[in-house]
Design a protein around this ligand. Sequence first.
Ligand code: HEM
Length: 220
Amino acid sequence: MALKALMAVSGLILIGYLIAHMYGNLKVFAGQASFDEYAHHLREIGEPLLPHTGLLWIIRVVLLASVIVHMYAAIVLWRRANAARGGAKRYQSAKARRGVQRSYASFTLRWGGIIIILFVVYHLLHLTANVIAHGGATASPYERVVNGFQIWWVVLAYTIAMIAVGLHLRHGTWSALTTLGANTSPAARRRINVLAYALTAVVTIGFLLPPFAILMGLVK
Ligand code: HEM
């Protein structure tokens, strides 16, 4: 139970980051000066109390800790479930020996999670470190974004990742709220379902707006 709670709480922290990040990205529509000023400002928040990039590093540490806790809990819970089945395949019973071996939710969470972690590594090398510089390396975060998303397969790669994020969020939000005790009645169940879908739609569409607007030449 403690592991499920850790899974839920670390997941909710990551959801909070996703909402803030998606919202921040929409600044590309305000133009290069606004976007670069925003990226710069993120590094100055809290000064002089905190050193330069101080808050950013606090956020990075919290995010990394959340990702580690989330993956650790996932792996331990998965192993425990496998052991509890005593080697039998999932949902295997005397009645349905070859029943559904894999549910939609567990499939998207497990494989989706792996896709997302691979995406994050690629994404950091691309837009944070600029080691992978699609369309040309530059010191301007705005130019990094606009250069990259003029290339159709970069947009396609991000789109696949955002679909994985969306599916993960849909089931993860539902699961986290259930773990934390919000799923108490049919009405509450409906409410958390609506919340999970609404959140997923806002985050997924919000993330995809800048890449598609850039690909279609609406942002230059
Ligand atoms: C189309 C979708 C996305 C776009 C356009 C985008 C854009 C960016 C940009 C421009 C940066 C660099 C900001 C800077 O250096 O000032 C960044 C950093 C980052 N992004 Fe994204 N992002 C997207 C989706 C995501 C998703 C889905 C995740 C997580 C699953 C994510 C996680 C991160 C992280 C962890 C950083 C590093 C923050 C830091 O420590 O500096 N991004 N993103």
